[in-house]
Design a protein around this ligand. Sequence first.
Ligand SMILES: N[C@@H](CCC(=O)N[C@@H](CS)C(=O)NCC(=O)O)C(=O)O
Length: 354
Amino acid sequence: MALRHLLCGVMAVGFGFAAVSTPASAQTSGSTLSAVKSKGRLDCGVSQGLPGFSNSDSAGNFTGIDVDLCRGVAAAVFGDPSKVRFRTLSAKERFEALKSGEIDVLSRNSTWTMTRDTQLGIIFAGVNYYDGQGLMVPASLGVSTAAELDGARICTNTGTTTELNVTDYFRSHGMSFELIAFEKTDEVGAAYEAGRCDVYTTDRSGLAAERLKFADPEGHVVLPEIISKEPLGPAVRQGDEQWLNVVKWTHYAMLNAEELGISSENVDQIRDEQAGLVSQGQGNQEIQRLLGLGDDFGAVLGLPKDWAYQVIKQVGNYGEVYEANVGPDTPLKLARGANALWTNGGLQYGMPVR
Ligand SMILES: N[C@@H](CCC(=O)N[C@@H](CS)C(=O)NCC(=O)O)C(=O)O
């Protein structure tokens, strides 16, 4: 079914973001770790509400895999995952908030791209969710593939890769479209639900999350096409490798813990068993290094020796965090897929602690 009849003319509005080449200011360069330690908390930039990633309840309790990434960093630095202040940011505001020093880490379903990594004074520290962009339509439209969307009105968020990708996709497939972009995700959902657009496009994880807010979540279909790569992950300011390492290695610690079979549930037992073997030069050396039983792998990051133990004990390994927030038993019902460990055919791979 062609949707051209739904549209007179083509209008692509408000997509893209200006490439900013200003480096991180002198005020914010240098040791973020010392600044975080002296203020006694981490300021973490999250979304304005994306279930499974970063979302708060009516009492202001935040949950999600992006939230847990920041809690993990707080556990590594302070041994206390509660020492985080969450700052909600729209897609448009997020990079400036990081660059200006308003937040210490941006953990907001942000796609790692070359422009963002080089032109905004920020740098990505890893990928905590491999995603791709999807297209959702009301089931009543009777559309089953993207090829039927010629002439569609498409709703999405401003300041995102989403706007750019959908534009590329429609142009390269010779299809016309009208892009209707909003700063707030709730406005995107409201416009789509009200029938102002035929298609809602964003990261597939975002579609799974946003449809839960609809009056009739089952009345919408996510089309089979995945139109882009969206590696989502945390970012920090450029020019502070120590802090970049703290965030990066917190993520790797969670991945390595899962790979080694260490969870928040069994970490104490494993630590006790391994502690008894260290002095005899026996046991699993990889586990001993990760849990801070052998050489000190905390000092090299400016962190306590038990930094990774604290992350695992108080926040969990990557698999635990995934299952609790976005996995098949949550409302999002997202299979591990590309986010499985490399040992299970996925892309998640923690660098070795040694
Ligand atoms: N991953 C894309 C899209 C990010 C984005 O802003 N997605 C929207 C739709 S999933 C969102 O985060 N909504 C929640 C919010 O704005 O709080 C990017 O980095 O540009």
